[in-house]
Design a protein around this ligand. Structure first.
Ligand SMILES: C[S@@+](CC[C@H](N)C(=O)[O-])C[C@H]1O[C@@H](n2cnc3c(N)ncnc32)[C@H](O)[C@@H]1O
Length: 386
């Protein structure tokens, strides 16, 4: 394959990783051929991230942390877990068997930090469930959480799962596959993928009534059409994902933490290239066709869509705020923990979590509740923006 201009700027993968990427590229080419020469972007992302044994999250390899491609809040500090515990412990205490279900638990770091933080607050009977789609990350979680044996349980699916407590998803909504589109006059044209001699390329597809309807709904809620040539993304799978999680929640809350915007910021007229982003060895770029299966492909989260899906699932939108607001208000003086004071690196990590230009304002928290009066998010209430 001829390297793209972005490929030249990235560190070269080792031969075994390149061989796996070539195998995945062949699998994607087959899917494109089977579909008559074009697939939608959601299908491309599904294959690139989740194709068994080959996709980014399905295959072995370091993804999260310094030796991986990107860093998440729990890998930087335990502040998020401590703030979640401080916010939810008083409510969870009232339940006979408080349960936390974490989706996509990465290395299991947030789970360990949460169990510790709840224990410090006297909540020692928390049952912790994890639903993880990646076999290799599940194994990693089992290693991280070995000392909590008996308290953590991994689920294979959500069928028949019912719980009272908290459903937690840090940077999982952004990992759900998404569609891309471009506005051409009044039409919504899907942006998908075709084979190019040396790899893959963007290509416009035929009319997709489901995608068109979804974009029209966005335009209706914005009160204006998106401009000519506007490109962006949307997750058609999101409502079903939230409905499935909501159905498991008999009583309690679902907390989504992710980089994203309320809809009017997400689809701002001047954000005309969308929010698609790829992460490879801590370099962020916009080419999803580089090294398929070796880089993360993501787009920001439309939190208004999450709130709508929550309401449709019978949940109440109980809070929406930024990560900075949440951490500072939930923890106050305790934001800087004792061990943080001793370490410049830990202090720097905390700054990354709360500075506006870093994760502080790009990351938001959305709290959806069912029969959980009194459970709310500390920090400025931005629900009116949704
Ligand atoms: C960006 S990582 C975030 C990891 C972790 N939450 C953290 O903060 O470090 C996304 C995680 O979600 C998992 N994942 C993706 N789609 C999922 C789904 N539908 N259900 C559960 N886990 C999922 C991935 O395998 C991965 O563990």
């Amino acid at each position: 394959m001829r390297p793209t201009s972005i490929e030249h700027t990235l560190p070269r993968p080792d031969e075994a990783s390149l061989a796996r990427s070539r195998a995945l590229a062949a699998r994607i080419r087959d899917a494109i051929a089977e579909a008559g020469g074009w697939i939608g972007f959601e299908q491309y992302v599904q294959l690139a991230l989740y194709e068994p044994g080959l996709g980014y999250y399905s295959a072995d390899g370091e993804k999260i942390g310094i030796g991986g491609d990107f860093v998440t809040a729990p890998e930087l500090s335990n502040a998020l877990a401590r703030a979640i515990a401080a916010t939810c412990a008083p409510w969870l205490e009232s339940l006979p068997s408080p349960t936390i279900l974490e989706l996509g638990a990465g290395h299991g770091t947030l789970a360990a930090q949460c169990l510790d933080a709840f224990e410090v607050l006297g909540l020692t009977n928390v049952r912790y469930l994890i639903l993880e789609t990646s076999g290799t990350l599940r194994q990693r979680q089992q290693e991280t959480l070995a000392r909590y044996a008996g308290r953590v349980e991994w689920l294979d699916g959500l069928l028949d799962t019912e719980l009272e407590g908290l459903i937690l998803a840090n940077e999982v909504a952004d990992a759900l596959p998404f569609e891309r589109f471009v506005k051409r006059g009044d039409d919504v044209v899907p942006l998908g993928v075709r084979v190019r001699e040396d790899g893959f390329d963007w290509a416009e597809g035929g009319r997709d009534p489901t995608l068109s309807r979804a974009v029209r709904r966005i335009e209706a809620s914005l009160g204006m059409p998106l401009p000519e040539g506007y490109r962006s993304e949307l997750r058609l799978v999101l409502p079903a994902w939230i409905a499935t999680l909501g159905a498991c929640l008999l009583r309690g809350a679902m907390l989504l933490v992710d980089y994203g915007y309320a809809r009017r910021d997400y689809y701002r007229p001047d954000r005309s290239g969308g929010t698609l982003m790829c992460h490879y060895r801590h370099r962020a770029h916009g080419d999803p066709f580089v090294y398929p299966g070796l880089q993360d492909i993501t787009a920001w989260v439309d939190f208004s869509a999450c709130a709508e899906a929550g309401r449709a699932a019978g949940l109440s939108v109980a809070g929406f705020t930024t990560q900075a607001q949440f951490l500072i208000e939930a923890l106050g003086d305790a934001l800087i923990g004792e061990r943080d004071r001793e370490s410049p690196a830990r202090l720097a990590a905390l700054k990354t979590l709360i500075l506006p230009g870093e994760m502080g304002e790009r990351f938001k928290l959305l709290l959806l509740t069912r029969r959980a009066d009194g459970l709310a998010l500390p920090g400025r209430d931005f629900r009116s923006r949704l």
